[in-house]
Design a protein around this ligand. Structure first.
Ligand code: UD1
Length: 417
């Protein structure tokens, strides 16, 4: 097991390149199951979750090659329509194979994901949506079994906006007979990217990026070549990092349009930005201002930036409140931030932060992906040495984060323990 060690206090300066989006790549990888043939996906981040998804596709029978951010997937010989518990329990996004498998092959057996470090994360909307399209869904020994002759288009209204359910149902509907309308669809850039990938494959989808999707089923799709969009949460995390350390960095190959609301919150806190095409130049202020945020579906403030914002505000003198409306108890980073001296109380789904002038380094343990990012951010600002344990979480979502931060001037390294 590895840990990341940080000696806090260095300003960040220089350039960092944002990786391709993990949350766009994962559903796109499963969308390749909707057609037989050879796909090429570029700008795929080399992350643990992506490798897990590649392993899942291999179990299903796809041939997957992955090197230097390029993934070649050949889906010509898929013959086992199953996502086993051992994979699904390490990565909930495995559920994304459900829609494509049942739609193209008429059968899927996918382990139920279960809970996660920040509470229950149901898949009821995925299952109800598939039932509406005519799939027969049963649960057997912890597995979802979905069967269908050919799915049939339908009207599906989600009562909550769900990224995963929108992606899964959209992938199921593209090969269904007739028209499917999804209301209250997720508008996240990753869902828009998935829709664009499917359209490239020959699907008919209107309204991508809006809350109403209209999908006219087609009989057949074809393989394509695609480049993944940049990871907006990676970009936001680097902005948070330089905001706490002070300094000036250029974030390269990002898409500022996907970050409009996040950037406006950083601006309120005093951070300055300049934009040149896909580059964001970030100038940290001498003093940050305490700013409240409430998470919301896109284009609102992402829950995946909540932990990083909490870390930022814990070193910003004054009171701020961070409220998560998407995952009500996604606060496992807070006891660890307190070990660094942060003063944070949790009431219901809000963190009430009394920002300090200084945090002090300590050993802390990461509990999930974004919690790890928040601990690294806090460690960069803290006085002295911070050891972040269980960093396998960070490897699920950030490519070589310690190398990128080191290049920016941080005193940070990885150690085997
Ligand atoms: C995706 C992201 C994750 C992010 C989350 C919210 C991926 C691989 N993961 O997760 O990083 O934190 O979006 O932006 O893209 N819900 C239900 N029933 C369901 C499904 C969801 O009630 O069947 C609820 C959830 O409990 C949550 C809300 O819907 O409160 C949003 O969750 P959802 O958008 O589905 O998250 P994921 O797709 O799992």
């Amino acid at each position: 097991m590895d840990k990341i060690v940080i000696i806090g206090g260095n300003r960040l300066e220089g350039e960092v390149v944002v990786s391709g989006s993990k949350n766009a790549a994962l559903p796109v990888m499963t969308a390749t199951l909707l057609s037989s043939g050879k796909f090429v996906i570029e700008n795929v981040p080399e992350l643990r979750d992506v490798k897990t998804m590649a392993n899942l596709l291999k179990i299903i029978g796809a041939d997957v090659k992955f090197s230097e951010q390029r993934m070649d997937i050949d889906t010509s010989n898929c013959n086992k329509f199953e996502a086993p518990y051992d994979l699904v329990r390490t990565m909930r996004a495995s559920i994304y194979v459900l829609g494509p498998l049942v739609s193209r092959f008429g059968y899927a057996k996918v382990s139920l994901p279960g809970g996660c470090a920040w509470g229950p994360r149901p898949v009821n909307l995925h299952l109800e949506g598939l039932k509406k399209l005519g799939a027969d869904i049963t649960l057997d020994q912890g597995y979802i079994i979905a069967k269908a002759k050919r799915l049939k288009g339908s009207l599906i209204k989600f009562d909550v906006s769900s990224v995963g359910a929108t992606g899964n149902i959209m992938m199921a509907a593209v090969l269904a007979q007739g028209t499917t309308v999804i209301e209250n669809a997720a508008k996240e850039p990753e869902i828009k990217a998935l829709a664009e990938f499917l359209v490239k494959m020959g699907a008919k989808i209107d309204g991508a990026g809006t809350e109403r999707l209209e999908i006219e089923g087609v009989d057949k799709l074809h393989p394509v070549k695609e480049i993944m969009i940049p990871d907006r949460i990676n970009a936001g995390t680097f902005i948070a990092a330089v905001s706490v350390t002070g300094g000036r960095i250029t974030i390269k190959k990002s898409n500022p349009d996907h970050l409009t609301f996040v950037l406006s919150k950083f601006q309120e806190a005093g951070v300055k930005f300049k934009f040149y095409n896909s580059d964001i130049i970030v100038d940290a202020p001498d003093k940050l201002k305490p700013i409240n945020v409430t998470t919301a579906p896109y284009p609102g403030f992402p829950t995946d930036m909540q932990a990083q914002w909490t870390a930022l505000m814990s070193i910003t003198p004054g009171i701020s409140i961070v409220k998560d409306t998407i995952y009500l108890d996604r606060f496992s980073h807070i006891p660890e931030l307190r070990r660094l001296g942060a003063d944070i109380q949790v009431e219901n789904n809000s963190a009430i932060i009394k920002g300090m002038r200084e945090l002090k380094g300590a050993a802390v343990m990461s509990t999930d992906l974004r919690a790890s990012a928040s601990l690294i951010i806090a460690g960069l600002a803290a006085k002295g040495r911070t050891d972040v344990l269980r960093v396998y979480h960070i490897d699920r979502g950030y490519e070589k984060i310690e190398e990128k931060l080191k290049k920016l001037g941080a005193q940070i390294w990885r150690e085997r323990i």
